[in-house]
Design a protein around this ligand. Structure first.
Ligand SMILES: Nc1ncnc2c1ncn2[C@@H]1O[C@H](COP(=O)(O)OP(=O)(O)OP(=O)(O)O)[C@@H](O)[C@H]1O
Ligand SMILES: [Mg+2]
Length: 331
């Protein structure tokens, strides 16, 4: 894997001025992307931002109204077959056949990719093992839990060992444990050299997985950078300490500042003091100890991690619009 910087010639995915409308809806309204080989880019945005539409254009599933895109060096319009041979896609809407077992699903996909029968069989076995599905391999996929279905779906997109993987909201709806397991699997793939474009509504997911984050809203890119750059813009993690005695808010705030903490707010009526967390994982414990040592009793301790909503608030001055749930036309 090359360590060269992301230039266009070295990019696994390039999009320039991508546009797609559905009737009056400008689902994607001019998106530029450049994803370096072997890197991970997260497309971060709320419901209806245009994430899936972008991914569907890049994966040749949807025509492009304007702009251009190439994937693995091939134009998605001019050479869709070459693109398809080099990519895997795990969609928001799974490609798994529920009436088949996990093993049958993977073997069938291998056969559809024209793998010889024996090769398809051994690849299926290997993936089932790797994704912790071996014990459930011969059960119908309809009996799988949410996390198992996602893992099977991811395995399905890897049967043909793609260079480039598109993951559309890989962890939405998963419980925390399955989510961590999925993150681990994605990181493992990236370590082996796979380029990943993933979409997500979660800042922490982009933070965990992505080298670069592209924030989109209403079909447009509204910010891009590393996750650290984004978090710097929005202020990073905060610790909120609620005192038993609200009258001592000011004194507690002064005590924390004296110890070198960066106090970013206090609210006497609530009895809360908020400090920026900038000094690593032990800082929470240090601050609590410091207050405790100075005789301040605490009622509540909350670590606030920035969310997509915080990103939007800092970028646009507005909250993420609540669930854009208008009926979607399905074509
Ligand atoms: N086939 C379609 N017909 C009509 N409108 C569509 C179609 N597909 C998407 N849209 C609209 O385009 C916009 C972008 O949708 P898209 O599915 O790309 O968003 P998204 O970012 O993937 O959202 P979500 O997080 O909910 O998956 C939305 O307003 C959606 O209603
Ligand atoms: Mg989507």
């Amino acid at each position: 894997m090359s360590a060269a910087p992301a230039t266009n010639s070295d990019a696994a995915i390039v999009a320039e001025g991508l546009v797609k409308s559905f009737g009056e809806t400008n689902a994607v309204a001019g998106v530029d992307l450049s994803v370096a080989r072997g890197s991970v880019t997260a497309l971060l945005g709320p419901n209806g931002a245009g994430k899936t539409t972008t991914v569907r254009m890049l994966t040749t599933l949807l025509s492009i109204d304007a702009g251009s895109a190439s994937v693995a060096g091939f134009d998605v319009v001019g050479a869709p077959g070459e693109v398809r041979r080099r990519i895997g896609l795990t969609g928001q809407f799974t490609a798994i056949d529920e009436l088949l077992t996990g093993r049958e699903n993977l073997e069938m996909i291998g056969r559809l990719a024209r793998m010889p029968k024996a090769a398809a069989k051994s690849r299926a076995g290997e993936l089932l093992e790797r994704f912790d599905l071996a014990a459930a391999a011969d059960r119908n996929a309809s009996t799988y839990s949410g996390g198992m279905s996602r893992r099977l779906d991811l395995a399905a997109s890897l049967v043909a060992e793609p260079e480039i993987l598109f993951l559309d909201e890989p962890t939405t709806g998963l419980d925390p444990r399955s989510r961590l397991a999925m993150w681990g699997l994605i990181e493992e793939l990236v370590d082996r050299g796979t380029t990943v474009l993933l979409t997500t509504q979660y800042l922490d997911e982009a933070d965990q997985l992505a080298d670069e984050v592209v924030v989109i809203d209403h079909g447009r890119v509204i910010a891009r950078g590393t996750s650290d750059e984004l978090k710097d813009d929005i202020g990073g993690e905060r610790l909120e300490l609620k005192l038993k005695d609200a009258a001592r808010t000011g004194a507690a705030s002064a005590e924390l500042s004296r110890g070198g903490a960066e106090v970013i707010g206090s609210d006497e009526s609530e009895g809360t003091v908020t400090a920026a967390l900038t000094r690593g994982p032990l800082e929470v414990a240090d601050l609590i100890k410091q207050l405790d040592g100075a005789g301040f009793a605490l009622d509540e301790v909350v670590v606030h991690r920035p969310t997509l909503d915080d990103v939007f608030l800092s970028l646009t001055g507005e909250h993420v619009e609540g669930g854009e749930d208008e009926a979607k036309e399905i074509h």
